[in-house]
Design a protein around this ligand. Structure first.
Ligand code: TXA
Ligand code: MG
Length: 348
């Protein structure tokens, strides 16, 4: 297949949505923007189309997909026993970067849920995404539109880099607004468990439904947590280069990065840096990128994945990441993603 790029800047949006919906309705694959990252969509109820998603991404078959809806009514066909707390979260955060795990109904194929008896539902906060769901009339199964193991795509160019000629079309809706994937929360448990930190923070959720637990394991929570979300056991978000994360107080982190640069034998290892704005002002090195202020993790979230892709495109062997940004709010999710990409974490 030759992948078509459907432009929304120049063309009539309705026309683009009609074309994309026609592809979905004949069982094809269309990548589309959401507020978090680009998704690779197919009719969630068409087992053959969903299988094609796994093939295009090279994704393990036991890693289930998120089903995207455009209305709360659509949920009742897909999920049952929906608890009151789940409705409260929908009311507060949908459309938005929050995915709810619920008991599934029979119409959801096994391939979509990776054989689980639960289904992940999310209403994205993006007009193109919502438009595609409405015009096609289908709930859309959509994982992030990257090759399995690569950072999630935050613009249409990233999608093309990974999936050109493996999918039917990508709708170019410009850059995303959040930059990290949605928060995933299991609502089938007595006490809901966050399976993946993301755009909606734990504090935001607890303000609405009270206490939840952390059900994901990263290198912070290890020991105390069980891996429940099948996706969390794979090395995600891995760029080609090795990643070393340096965490701690800002000045200490920057001086450690400077030491690492000085100690590295010149010409042998090409090092790229992902820095806070503050760190960027203190270091001068060939391949370095500022992601945002250490006090605004939202900005760092927005630039992280494209930064990892950028340094990979430069062919660096090692990426040092300045981990001195705030871990509050979405900062927890930023730190989770970098920790997952990192082979080494240094605390200073
Ligand atoms: O922001 C997002 O969530 C993006 C956009 C496109 O919506 N999508 C996304 O999908 O990140 P994906 O497939 O890359 O990640 C889905 C995550 C995986 O960790 C998967 O294991 C988990 O959700 N998941 C899906 N269904 C599940 C289920 N029934 N039970 C537990 N975890 C589930
Ligand atoms: Mg993904």
């Amino acid at each position: 297949t030759r992948t078509r790029v459907l432009d929304t800047a120049e063309s009539d949006i309705q026309e683009t949505l009609n074309e994309a919906a026609a592809i979905i309705n004949r069982g094809g694959l269309v990548a589309f923007p959401t507020e978090t990252v680009y998704g690779l969509g197919a009719d969630a109820l068409d087992a053959k189309a969903v299988r094609a998603i796994f093939e295009a991404k090279g994704r393990p078959a036991d890693n289930p997909l998120i089903v995207h809806v455009a209305s709360k009514e659509q949920c009742s066909a897909l999920a049952r026993n929906i608890p009151g707390k789940a409705f409260a979260l929908m009311d507060e955060f949908w459309p938005g970067p929050l995915t709810l795990i619920l008991d599934r109904t029979e119409i959801v194929p096994d391939v979509t849920t990776g054989g689980l008896d639960t289904v992940a539902l999310r209403m994205p906060d993006n007009e193109i995404a919502l438009g595609l769901i409405m015009v096609s009339g289908k709930p859309l199964a959509a994982p992030s539109a990257n090759l399995s193991g690569k950072p999630s795509p935050t613009n249409a160019r990233h999608v093309i880099e990974d999936l050109a000629d493996r999918i039917d079309a990508v709708i170019d809706g410009g850059n995303v607004k959040v930059g990290l994937e949605s928060t995933v929360i299991d609502m089938t448990l007595e006490v809901p468990a966050i399976l993946r930190p993301g755009g909606i923070s734990r504090e935001d959720i607890e303000r609405v439904i009270g206490a939840v637990v952390i059900g994901y394991e990263d290198k912070v929570h290890s020991g105390s947590a069980v891996v429940r979300s099948p996706g969390m056991k794979y090395t995600h978000y891995a760029p080609d280069a090795a990643v070393t994360l340096i965490e701690g107080e800002h000045e200490m982190v920057i001086s450690r990065i400077q030491e690492l640069l000085e100690d590295s034998p010149s010409g042998q290892l090409r090092i790229g840096l992902l820095l806070t704005d503050e760190g960027n002002k203190m270091i001068s090195h060939a391949d370095q990128l500022a992601l945002g202020s250490k006090d605004s993790p939202g900005e760092i979230a927005l630039n992280l994945f494209s930064g990892l892709r950028y340094l990979d495109s430069k062919g660096v062997d090692l990426i040092l990441v300045d981990g001195s940004f705030s871990h509050l709010g979405i900062g927890a999710a930023v730190s989770n993603r970098i920790r997952k990409a990192a082979s080494t974490i240094i605390k200073v």
